[in-house]
Design a protein around this ligand. Structure first.
Ligand code: CAA
Ligand code: NAI
Length: 698
């Protein structure tokens, strides 16, 4: 019918096939093609049933996200779905891969659905700051009941084909989508099954209509963690409308909610994050088609906090790992921590009861570096000391098989220097995971001077395979994330010397949407580490030092910038800390002033953005969106604010540059002066995003 949707007939069955790579998204051409094919099959007197299926790797994976925010092109999806649901001939959706968003909504407008065993079905719109806008909030509750529907719509996670079968979302599990769809269609005809129009079937709504608390309780549990986000609440309201209103009125309510969200700043930021994450996997300057090396076995050196978490990430993905330590005792401790961690997750219901044994079965503990011999990828996670790292890499050069990728998980150290001690610097790079490594999704892939392109693509591919979000960065102190964070740390400390309190600074940062403020974070990490390192380097930080001298090392001693009740992690403001700060300021002859929340926010954010601009200038990050990905997935930056560089563009670079100059003067800190790149963009009225646009155009 058109270049992306075709219609064929196998005697009385019409097969409509969508073929629009990569994911059969519902572009205008796909919508138009489906519309025309369905109309034509309905009009064809020979056709008795219609199968809608897809070619390639997946069923329709949703609306074409690139079309959002642009003038709508006809036909609208609602119009297509209406024609399908009103078809006098049965339409069967035959699903494989993922039926997501608008894709599942298309399937819900069909009269029957079948799916292959590995298919997944879901309405993930909420993850893009949206709600399903083409009947999903009205038809899904009618298909599976409001409790599961609201879980799928507000949570956004897809369900498996077997769960879909269990809950009545599909009729059958089939072998191949097109052939399975066709035989199911013949069955429908032979059995003269009545057309099942979900719009007319309220049977699964009855329980929630009689007792709305079933629904309200499910919503309350789901939205508990949705702090700051608009979409989960709007999506829950739309599902509520399915319970409270007739179908067509519910549809109208859903549409209103969708249109409001699609124009919102939050959804724009979340859509930007979706594409930024995918963009980050494309490595600048690597020849196209560079194939990653084969990685079947991984070795991790050091079974401490990070090594253990990294090993778990691999085991979670089914990849066997050898975990290497210096002695049996350290090994036993490391293996024990992982075991306990898995068991706690299983006890909470986070993983199946047999998962701890299965996953631990993939992790083999060994003593001695010679055990790296089989590994295709070796990740070093030993103490953060250059001399020790060099020792380990010298040994790796001796034991690792040729072509193995050698990665360091260092937080700050120079990978070029580490690579130099080996005879194969082309195989050396950084894979900087974030703590807790089995939870945090970010992996900064550090490209050293001599890193080979296929070593880089290997690290990126492996990171994706273990469900991490990779972002390639260059060598510098702290790479991208920690280097920017250091700027925030500097300001938060200075703010205490000017009259702000830890709880005031942290409150501003968490109100902005970060999961933790800088002082609560320091308490969690432990204040003694920085103190020791300052002592080694002969540096002073009067307030932090005074806290440590008073034995306040953070959460581990029950006292730090805050106090903690026994067994609790909740940070309580402590008058003793206020007193200690006052005394320190008096001793130093510092005058306190009232610091406004606005000033705190600017001084927490703008110096980091300024550092981000320097990072771009130095080409340590290739794109502003890579920096945003790092903050979203490594530091809990609120997704609805897109990331620091996206946020900066929203605020306006001129304002940020002006404020930085102001603070540089007022606080007598020339390091706050806007970087040359920020200054230039501000003067030209441009954004950080313009850098990527002009790079693409070049
Ligand atoms: N629109 C446009 N492009 C899309 C897209 C979409 N819905 N989904 C994926 N793509 C693009 C990606 O940007 C990527 O492009 P590049 O190769 O140029 O980077 C390509 O398709 C492949 O995507 P992935 O790398 O993510 O491939 P994957 O195999 O890892 O995952 C997927 C496939 C599970 C479908 C994943 O892409 C995904 O989750 N997509 C989004 C699904 C979604 O959110 N759908 C709802 C859309 S909103 C909606 O439908 C509103 C409505 O109610 C009408
Ligand atoms: P850790 O102290 O918890 O663990 C280090 C482990 O390495 C110890 O168990 C030690 O016995 C082992 N080890 C030391 N030398 C070894 C050798 N030669 N061979 C085998 N094992 C050896 O340290 P942590 O926190 O896990 O840090 C490890 C690395 O990860 C450091 O480079 C650190 O900078 C980095 N990192 C740490 C993060 C954190 O939040 N803890 C976050 C990101 C990176």
């Amino acid at each position: 019918m058109n270049e992306v949707v075709k219609l064929e007939r196998r005697d009385v069955i019409a097969i409509v096939t969508v073929n629009s790579p990569p994911v059969n998204a519902l572009s205008a051409a796909v919508r138009g093609g489906i519309f025309d094919c369905i109309k034509s099959a309905i009009a064809d007197p020979e056709v008795q049933a219609i199968v809608l299926t897809c070619a390639g790797r997946t069923f329709i994976a949703g609306a074409d996200i690139t079309e959002f925010g642009k003038p709508p092109k006809p036909p609208g999806l609602a119009e297509v779905l209406l024609a399908m649901e009103n078809s006098p001939k049965p339409i069967i959706a035959a699903i494989h891969g993922t039926a997501l968003g608008g894709g599942l909504e298309v399937a819900l407008a069909c009269h029957f659905r079948v799916a292959t065993r590995d298919a997944r079905l879901g309405l993930p719109e909420v993850k893009l700051g949206l709600l399903p806008g083409a009947g999903g909030t009205q038809r899904l509750p009618r298909a599976v009941g409001p409790e599961l529907a609201v879980k799928m719509i507000v949570g956004g996670d897809p369900i498996s084909a077997s769960d879909a079968l269990k809950h009545g979302l599909i009729e059958e599990i089939v072998e191949g989508p097109a052939s399975g769809g066709e035989s199911f269609a013949r069955k429908v005809l032979a059995e003269k099954r009545p057309l099942r129009k979900l719009r007319d079937d309220d049977s699964k709504l009855a329980a929630a209509r009689a007792d709305r608390s079933i629904f309200t309780n499910a919503v309350a549990a789901l939205t508990k963690k949705a702090r700051g986000l608009e979409a989960p609440f709007a999506a829950a309201d739309a599902v509520g409308a399915a319970i409270d209103l007739p179908f067509d009125e519910g549809l109208k309510k859903e549409r209103e909610g969708f249109l409001k969200l699609v124009a919102s700043d939050q959804s724009k930021a979340q859509r930007y994050a979706f594409f930024s994450e995918r963009e980050a996997a494309k490595i600048a300057g690597v020849p196209e088609g560079t194939k990653p090396r084969n990685v079947e076995r991984v070795a991790i050196i050091g079974a401490g906090t990070m090594g253990g978490g990294i090993a778990m990430s691999f085991a979670n993905a089914g990849i066997p790992v050898t975990l290497i330590e210096t002695g049996e005792e350290q090994l036993k401790r490391g293996m024990g921590v992982m075991q306990k961690n898995y068991e706690a997750t299983a006890a909470r219901g986070g993983i199946p009861a047999d998962a701890p044994a299965k996953r631990m079965g993939l992790i083999t503990g060994k003593v001695g570096l010679e055990n790296v011999r089989d590994a295709d990828l070796i990740i070093e996670a030993v103490f953060e000391t250059m001399a020790i790292k060099k020792e380990v890499f010298t040994a790796l050069d001796k034991y690792a098989k040729p072509g193995a990728v050698l990665a360091s998980n260092t937080s700050y150290l120079n990978i070029d220097e580490i690579a130099k001690v080996t005879k194969r610097p082309q195989d050396v790079l950084g894979m900087h995971f974030f703590s807790p490594a089995n939870v945090m999704k970010l992996c900064e892939i550090v490209r050293a001077d001599k890193t080979a392109p296929d070593a880089l693509t290997t690290a990126v591919a492996v990171a994706r395979k273990i469900a991490k979000v990779p972002a390639v960065v260059g060598v510098c102190d702290g790479f991208v994330g920690n280097r920017m964070l250091a700027q925030r740390g500097k300001q938060s400390e200075k703010l205490l010397f000017e009259g702000a309190l830890p709880q005031q600074v942290d409150a501003v940062v968490t109100k902005f949407g970060m999961p933790m403020g800088p002082f609560a974070m320091s308490d969690l990490a432990g204040l003694d580490i920085g103190w020791r390192s300052r002592q080694d380097r002969g540096i002073k930080s009067e307030i932090a030092d005074a806290l440590c001298e008073a034995g306040r090392f953070g959460q581990k001693t029950g006292k730090g910038y805050y106090k903690y009740e026994a067994g609790s992690r909740s940070a309580l403001p402590d008058p003793e800390v206020e007193k200690l700060i006052d005394e320190t300021l008096q001793r130093l002859g510092r005058k306190k002033r009232v610091v406004s929340d606005d000033e705190i926010l600017e001084r927490m954010m703008y110096p980091m953005i300024n550092e981000g601009a320097r990072i771009l200038e130095e080409k340590v990050a290739a794109r502003p969106s890579d920096i945003d990905v790092i903050w979203l997935y490594g530091y809990g930056w609120p997704i609805y604010r897109g990331g620091p560089m996206f946020y900066a563009d929203q605020v306006g670079l001129k304002h940020i540059a002006d404020r930085l100059s102001y603070y540089a003067r007022e606080t007598n800190d020339p390091s706050l002066e806007p970087s040359p790149l920020l200054k230039r963009l501000a003067a030209e009225g441009k954004t950080f995003a313009s850098l990527t646009q002009s790079a693409k155009a070049a």
